[in-house]
Design a protein around this ligand. Structure first.
Ligand code: HPA
Length: 280
């Protein structure tokens, strides 16, 4: 991206491109799909797919399991936009580039963000396949997407006392109980990656109060909150974090587990969307 083009211009031209591609659709909810969770996008009805290659400022994902397209249509009767493929900072993207899609969603009028991810389980009771509602997070990436000039629609020092909306969390708990889906709840720590953690790092994270660890989500939620979007975050615990079991970690295993629970996660997310009222 040329330095002569301002971030605001990139956001505006990306939003214009997406608007033109999706016709009159007005998504209310954006869903960010984590590793292996792409199948949720297949449940979107009357879908229009916009490949990242067509959107100014969007990068083609380099990580296996990340698609690289926006999918716009209806889920549980509600207009949604799904981001299938993230820009991770460990791929070399700046924090600002990593959150471009979120700023574009805000420009399109999206008011609610649902973020999903694959994460390592730190809490002892978490088994691979556990779904964890994110109640709070630790930004340990060493980066912040709001660094630099304040963009229009954002403030210099956004409040982060309620990063994950209490009403949406209550809805998620109720939907999970109703559908017989086990849903734990805890704090997600984001590290830069791309290495998985060492056992000593995992012990540190546990002492800091983290229940799960991953390499995404937090920059997205920071920008979403700066733009007053309500956020709901759900982690799929794909593995025991390093050193908490004898298993070594691999991306292939992470994706297998994420895929295995993908249908349950999709049920939960679509249940939440159908149960949401404008203020819940
Ligand atoms: N650590 C960091 N990120 C992850 C992990 C992990 O153990 N599992 C899936 N994403």
């Amino acid at each position: 991206m040329s330095r002569l083009v301002s971030p605001a211009d990139v956001i505006a031209s990306s939003a214009d491109t997406v608007t033109a591609a999706i016709g009159g659709r007005k998504p209310r909810i954006a869903i960010v799909l984590g590793s292996g969770l792409g199948p949720l996008a297949d449940r979107i009805e009357s879908a229009v797919r916009v490949p990242y290659g067509d959107i100014p400022g969007f990068h083609v994902p380099t990580v296996q399991g990340h698609q690289g397209e926006l999918v716009v249509g209806t889920l549980a009767g509600v207009h949604v936009i799904a981001q299938s493929g993230r820009f991770h900072m460990y791929e070399g993207h700046s924090a600002g580039d990593a959150v471009l899609p979120i700023r574009v969603f805000a420009a399109l009028g999206v008011e609610t963000l649902i973020v999903t991810n694959a994460a390592g389980g730190i809490r002892q009771s978490f088994r691979p396949g556990t779904l964890m509602l994110i109640s709070d997070h630790l930004n340990l990436t060493g980066r912040n997407p709001l660094e630099g000039p304040v963009l229009e629609g954002e403030t210099r020092f956004p409040d982060m006392s309620v990063p994950y909306d209490a009403g949406l969390r209550a809805t998620a708990r109720a939907v999970a109980a109703e559908r017989g889906i086990t849903l734990d709840e805890g704090t997600y720590a984001a590290l830069l990656g791309p290495t998985y953690e060492t056992p000593a790092e995992v012990r540190m994270l546990e002492r800091l109060g983290a229940d799960a660890v991953g390499m995404s989500t937090v920059p997205e939620v920071i920008v979403a909150r700066a733009r007053s979007m309500r956020c709901l975050g759900i982690s799929t615990i794909t593995n025991a974090a390093a050193g908490t079991s004898s298993a070594l970690l691999s991306h292939a295993d992470v994706m297998d587990v994420a895929r295995d629970v993908g249908a349950q996660l999709a049920d939960l997310v679509s249940g939440v969307i159908s149960a949401m009222t404008p203020s819940s």
